[in-house]
Ligand binder design. Structure first.
Ligand SMILES: C[N+](C)(C)CCCC[C@H](N)C(=O)O
Ligand SMILES: O=C(O)CCC(=O)C(=O)O
Length: 430
């Protein structure tokens, strides 16, 4: 590798410019996303590449040579010198430029190459088209999500189970829909399939996230319920397991049977409400973002003591990232011990403002689930609830099974290539 690079170290800038011109045409034809001229030049801050400035330190950390970057692991093999920020490592020379890579030599003596394209970065194979289409959605970027303050046709779309599981691409479309709206519904799940069959054999996703409810929990009427879900009363809008430090990202609902009266489900998109709040009362939103609330689930006699704290709204940069809301597991008494009076007054004003927005019934998606229907919700975004139901005849039943999963497992299904042949970076063709 290095000896090959050395061949290019007597590098002529003009040649690179010519090459770059040719490459620009080629890439345009391939439909890649380079805008302006693919100039490669060294500047004060770093290098100019394809109309973009890359900092010296960034280029050094982006090195894709086989010394720096694991061929099999696609992880960094070797750290660039720790002191690469101070004194700053600098690009000293730009070498060969091809459609995928640019060779660079840095002031720490290292010679390597950085990728110019998504393909150069991750390697050839099916993944590239998916990454282009879905990378931002799988990273929960708000710009790709569609917030809904009324349940429109797209949000309420019900997908046919057998269609969804009939090909990998169909499954991906369905999961991408779920990620966009925070909810995805299917019907027609065959009667003989349980939660685990649907997840691992149908949607081919996993593993299930274990909680204190084990892998699959059956929500049905139980006397003296250890969780309010097992009663028949209205179950108000909430996200599940707020008492965990990291509440599960994804929640699955499989309605196995429902012949009771009432018991309609409803959902609301908190991100739409938070957006409204950010426009109308940014001062109150700030309070929800900064003041932590304690959440608690400590049912007696079960050896369970779950206690955690979170602000109700979490951000990731400028993106709304997570809402945590379960009114009845808020430990209000603990809150009075943790925060001063003034903070609590402001917090309650902010929380009730927010709660009023999500309790606006016009923003609810209401649907009575029937046997064979399946719902996935973004438990960091969409609140779910169930209306009261009544058992008026002995043969009536309502059984919903629930499970949880990490968001990564969904993203993995949407973006990954299938297991099989190794597909390596094309650095050796550079
Ligand atoms: C569905 N399953 C019964 C497993 C969990 C119910 C979670 C909602 C609950 N009240 C909470 O403590 O967060
Ligand atoms: O019974 C239902 O439909 C809702 C149950 C629920 O919200 C839960 O278990 O978290």
């Amino acid at each position: 590798m290095l000896s090959r690079l050395n061949q290019h170290s007597s590098f002529v800038p003009e040649l690179a410019r010519k090459l770059s011109g040719v490459l620009q045409m080629k890439e345009f034809n391939e439909g890649t996303q380079h805008n302006s001229k693919p100039v490669t030049s060294i500047t004060e801050k770093g290098i100019q590449l394809d109309g973009k400035t890359l900092l010296h330190v960034e280029t050094r950390n982006m090195c894709k040579c086989e010394v720096c970057f694991g061929k099999h692991s696609h992880q960094r093999n070797k750290l660039p010198p720790i002191g690469n920020a101070s004194p700053a490592v600098k690009v000293e020379e730009i070498g060969k430029v091809t459609s995928q890579y640019v060779s660079l030599k840095w002031s720490d003596g290292h010679e390597g190459l950085i990728a110019r394209t998504v393909r150069g970065e991750y390697g050839p194979g099916v993944i590239e088209s998916r990454v282009r289409k879905w990378l931002d959605l799988t990273r929960r970027k708000n710009v790709e999500q569609e917030f809904w303050s009324t349940p429109n046709e797209e949000v309420t779309k019900v997908w046919d189970y057998s269609w969804v599981v009939s090909s990998g691409d169909n499954t991906r479309e369905f999961l991408a829909h779920y990620m966009r709206f925070g909810i995805g519904l299917m019907n027609g799940v065959p009667k003989d399939l349980g939660m685990k069959d649907i997840l691992s054999e149908g949607l081919k996703i996993g593993p299930i996230r274990r909680t204190s409810y084990e892998e699959v929990d059956y929500v049905r009427f139980k006397p003296n319920p250890s969780n309010s879900a097992y009663g028949t009363d209205l179950l108000p809008l909430h996200t599940d397991l707020a008492s965990y430090f990291e509440a599960p990202h994804v929640q699955f609902f499989h309605c196995m049977e429902s012949t009771v009266e009432g018991g309609e489900s409803f959902w609301v998109d908190t991100f739409a409400a938070i957006k409204t709040m950010s426009e109308q009362r940014p001062d109150l939103l700030e309070v929800l973002k900064t003041v932590p609330m304690t959440f608690r689930y400590t049912p007696p006699g079960r050896g369970v003591f779950q206690l955690s704290q979170h602000p109700v709204v979490k951000m990731c940069g400028k993106d709304i990232w997570q809402t945590v809301d379960i009114i009845w597991s808020m430990d209000t008494a603990q809150f009075t011990r943790d925060e001063d009076l003034e903070t609590r007054e402001r917090w309650w004003e902010a929380f009730l403002y927010y709660r009023e927005l999500v309790e606006d019934q016009d923003s609810w998606f209401v649907k009575k689930l029937r046997g064979g229907e399946f719902v996935i919700t973004d438990n960091w975004r969409v609140l779910h609830a169930r209306k009261e139901f009544r058992l008026t005849a002995p043969d009536q039943e309502r059984i919903v099974s629930t499970s949880y999963m990490d968001w990564n497992s969904m993203a993995n299904r949407v973006l990954s290539s299938d297991k099989g042949e190794h597909v390596f970076l094309e650095v050796d063709q550079h």
